[in-house]
Structures are given as structure tokens and as C-alpha cells.
Design a protein around this ligand. Structure first.
Ligand SMILES: [Ca+2]
Ligand SMILES: [Ca+2]
Length: 384
């Protein structure tokens, strides 16, 4: 279920009436409760709008308000159950709702265009036979992590579509039951700042975490041995800005770490080191033909439109990118990826959206170095 999650955390705090209780229900189980509310929607061109909510826009389906909320749990938590009470909806007829248009490719590729139109028509046909869209006013994602912090993501759909009209659910109430075992509860200072931004209930759980000084290697560069010297000036400059920068040999990672593909070996290296080294930024210092991206398939139909090389595989380090085990990584709605990355991976351009490009168009080492300069401060004119 797709929903944009951007939006002010301050607003989220206003719409949430939250009781974060640690009630002992058995020897080890604990419970937290959450109450989410939404104001009455206003309509604009057939689109129900609610202040502070984003728009659910799946091609071929009605455009509806949606808001995602991330709820942090104590370190070492495992969710047992999430019970949701939605109450009685207010039903109203709002005329013909606006349908999200097809998401057409930016290039003039006939096959991609036809696939997008096929998906759009397929969703429209399914909508005609469904009783409610979405089927319920919430979606609970599988528990995920931001580094050592476990969290639950709740997506709230206050307005549901039915062939007879729209229904409005002004509130939902959640009860999350979980167990907690001993686990690393330390977070660095920058993680603490990000947690304040990410989690609607951070003020209720932050005292359960211990903030430590940023440590070790906050900026890691992965490059082939013969390119190390190309990064000398970048390392010196980053260190002068207060980072602790380390170049790591791509060849040694490939030799030391397990993985079916070299991209898996890079990710396993990062999984091993990002907490003990305190890694914040990762620069992949090589062309795609030197240091590979991971090939993912966001569309579970595995169409050519879905074939997507991405460096984001090296940023989201806590979740299983092939949780359904079919060897297609990153499938939307089938592989459980929380999309709250542990580190920031720097690369030039937008490779996650593209196909494997001709070598001449691939992100170059130099452009990735420039991206690294830009990542922290304005690019000085002499480096542009
Ligand atoms: Ca994560
Ligand atoms: Ca899969």
C-alpha cells in the first residue's frame, strides 16, 4: 500500500493523542497504545483533502488522503500483535472521485508506455469490482529498524472509496503488544537528531536509549585499490570539516565478506561495520562496471519496466530485500523493506530510476567525488 510519508513531524505530533504505556501483560510482554485522528476532509476537484495528510495516488484508483506514522519501540523489541479499532465511519456521497492518472515513463519507449497503461486499466477494472478501497482505513507494515531502534509504521487512510460513495473514519486506535530482550540501546548524536524527526513518539521512548559521542569513521569511501590516491584530497578535506574519513578497499571487501553477488558482499561489509564504526556517509567510489549496484524489481510482475539498479541497497541495511525468497529483490508489497536507511549513500545522478546505461553515461568516479563534496557543504567554486 503506497503512501507518501513526507510531512511535518510537528503536525504529526498534533494529530496524535498518544499514551505510551508500559503495561506488564505477562512476564515479558508490554503494550503501547496510539490514537490517530483526522479532520473532516475538504473537496477540491473531486479530491478529498485533509490538512497535514499526503495523497495516495495509485494509477487507476481514487486519489485519497493518507499519512504514515513511525512509532519507535525500545531496543530489542519484537512485535507480537497490533490490534486496531476503527469505530463507526461517517458515510457521505461526494460525487465522482478523481482517479489517479497512469504513471507514464519519461522516455518514448512504446513497451514501457503500454505496460504503464495496462497497469492503469487493470487497477481501474479491479476498482469496479471492489467493495472498499483501500480495504480498511489503515495499513500496518512489518516491524523494521532504524539502526538499533525498532519501529512500527502505520499508514492511516481516513477516507475509503466504495462504489456507493466515500466513508470517513475520523480516528483509529492501535494497541501494539511486544516483547523486549536485552539489546544494544546506544545511539550516536546524529541518530538522536534523526530519530526526533522520524518518530512521532520519540519523546516517550528517547530515555530508553543512551546517546554516545559520534565515533570512529563517520565517512567511509569504498574504492578499488588503484583509485585510492584519487580520494586523498577528499579525505583531507572531509577530515578538516570534522569528519573521520576512511577509505576501504573494494577488493578486500570482496575477498573477505560472503554474498552471492559483489553487491551483496558490499552490503554485508556495511552491515558488519555501520554500528561499531559509527558510519554516517558512504561514498561508492567507482563506475557501475567497477563497483556494481544491486538489481531490484519493484514491480512484482518483473516487467522490463521494473528492472532497477540501485545504490539504495547499501543504505537500507536492516531489512530483508528478498523476504519472500523468490530471488527478485526489492519487490513492492512482497519484500519487507522499511525504507528508513541506516547510512546515507552518495552517488551522482539518479541511478535508482534508470536502466543500466552505456559506459559513457554511467556515473563517473569524478562526479561521485563531486557529489561527496556537495553532501556536507556548498561546493567551493574551485571544486566545481
Ligand atoms: Ca532500516
Ligand atoms: Ca522477492
Amino acid at each position: 500500500m503506497a503512501a507518501h510519508s513526507k510531512g511535518g513531524c510537528m503536525y504529526l505530533k498534533k494529530i496524535i493523542i498518544m499514551g505510551f504505556m508500559f503495561m506488564i501483560t505477562s512476564l515479558s510482554a508490554e503494550v503501547t497504545t496510539v490514537h490517530l485522528t483526522a479532520e473532516q476532509p475538504l473537496f477540491e476537484n473531486g479530491i478529498p483533502l485533509i490538512q497535514g495528510f499526503n495523497k495516495l495516488q495509485i494509477p487507476g484508483t481514487p486519489i485519497l488522503p493518507a499519512q504514515s506514522t513511525l512509532l519507535a519501540l525500545p531496543a530489542g523489541s519484537e512485535v507480537i500483535s497490533v490490534d486496531v479499532s476503527v469505530g463507526t465511519p461517517q458515510t457521505f456521497i461526494a460525487g465522482k472521485p478523481s482517479i489517479a492518472p497512469p504513471s507514464l515513463p519519461l522516455c518514448a519507449d512504446r513497451m514501457l508506455f503500454e505496460q504503464a497503461m495496462k497497469r492503469y486499466e487493470h487497477n481501474k477494472q479491479r476498482l469496479a469490482s471492489c467493495t472498499l478501497f483501500p480495504p480498511q482505513p489503515f495499513y500496518i507494515s512489518k516491524m523494521s529498524h532504524f539502526r538499533t531502534i525498532p519501529f512500527v509504521k502505520v499508514t492511516y487512510f481516513p477516507v475509503l472509496y466504495a462504489p456507493t460513495g466515500l466513508s470517513f473514519y475520523p480516528s483509529i486506535h492501535l494497541t501494539i503488544q511486544y516483547t523486549t530482550t536485552a539489546a544494544n540501546n546506544t545511539i550516536s548524536q546524529w541518530v538522536q537528531k534523526d530519530a526526533e524527526r522520524l518518530f512521532a513518539n520519540w519523546s516517550a521512548v528517547k530515555d530508553l536509549y543512551t546517546t554516545v559521542l559520534d565515533d570512529s569513521f563517520s565517512f567511509v569511501i569504498i574504492a578499488k585499490d588503484n583509485l585510492f590516491s584519487a580520494f586523498d584530497s577528499l579525505v583531507a578535506w572531509k577530515d578538516s570539516l570534522g569528519f573521520t574519513t576512511k577509505c576501504v578497499s573494494y577488493d578486500s571487501i570482496i575477498a573477505q565478506y560472503p554474498g552471492a553477488q559483489n553487491a551483496d558482499k558490499i552490503r554485508n561489509f556495511l552491515i558488519d561495520k555501520y554500528v561499531p564504526w559509527g558510519i554516517h556517509y558512504v561514498l561508492i567510489g567507482g563506475n557501475v562496471d567497477q563497483i556494481p549496484m544491486k538489481i531490484c524489481y519493484p514491480d512484482p510482475g518483473h516487467s522490463s519496466m521494473s528492472y532497477t539498479p540501485t545504490d539504495y541497497y547499501f543504505a537500507e541495511l536492516t531489512d530483508d530485500w528478498d523476504s519472500d525468497g523468490d530471488n527478485y529483490y526489492g519487490e513492492y508489497d512482497q519484500d519487507s523493506i522499511g525504507f528508513v536507511p541506516e547510512v546515507i549513500v552518495i552517488s551522482k545522478g539518479k541511478p535508482a530510476r534508470g536502466k543500466i546505461m552505456p559506459s559513457s553515461l554511467q556515473p563517473s568516479v569524478i562526479s561521485r567525488v563531486k557529489a561527496a563534496y556537495r553532501s556536507v557543504t556548498a561546493l567551493p567554486s574551485w571544486k566545481s
